[in-house]
Design a binder for this molecule. Structure first.
Ligand code: GDP
Ligand code: MG
Length: 160
């Protein structure tokens, strides 16, 4: 493949990013949104939302068998969260890098969890772990019409 063809084949992905209740309570909403904005990804969905128990259970259904599952559901439903959809080439893996390791003590300084958290059970932010889960989670958390397709005016300054 020629490099320019490889670049044009890069898939635009979507990821679901959520500021968890501790991030909202601690006043980190602006700071966290800012990191994704400054990186150059495109915000396509954004809302403050009180998560019902049933949705939390479906979102985290892969973790149902874990001993911490009830605590996790309690945590996620303990106050409002900020739901976001972000779009871009490579956004899923890149957002996970910006967020940092699940255990904030292992998360590198400069990452959101590395800078703002000390415990796995209060790790401030969620990010989808695959493009498939990005689509799945955006579908779970957003209603029809809440995710907006738009072209940022700065697009030519982000990608050649
Ligand atoms: P993530 O993709 O980095 O968010 O991590 P996982 O998908 O493995 O886990 C989902 C979420 O469950 C984490 O972000 C934590 O909020 C929570 N979690 C994971 N492991 C533990 C644990 O051992 N104890 C507690 N209390 N929460 C956990
Ligand atoms: Mg996960």
């Amino acid at each position: 493949f020629l490099p320019h063809l490889v670049a044009s084949m890069e898939q635009v992905e979507e990821t679901y990013i959520m500021i968890k209740p501790d991030g909202v309570q601690r006043g980190l909403v602006g700071e966290i949104i800012s990191r994704f904005e400054k990186k150059g990804f495109k915000l396509t969905g954004l809302k403050l939302f009180q998560c019902p128990q049933e949705l939390a259970e479906v979102h985290y259904e892969e973790l149902k068998s874990k001993s911490f599952f009830p605590k996790l559901i309690g945590y996620i439903t303990s106050g409002p969260v900020v739901c976001m959809a972000w779009e871009g080439v490579g956004v899923v893996a890149s957002a996970r890098k910006l967020i940092g390791s699940t255990n904030p003590l292992d998360a590198a300084p400069g990452t959101i969890r590395g800078d703002f958290a000390v415990q796995t059970g209060r790790n401030v932010v969620h990010g989808s772990d695959s493009p498939e889960n990005g689509k799945r989670e955006i579908g779970l958390w957003f209603k029809e019409g809440e995710v907006i397709q738009w072209t940022p005016a700065i697009a030519p300054w982000l990608k050649e």
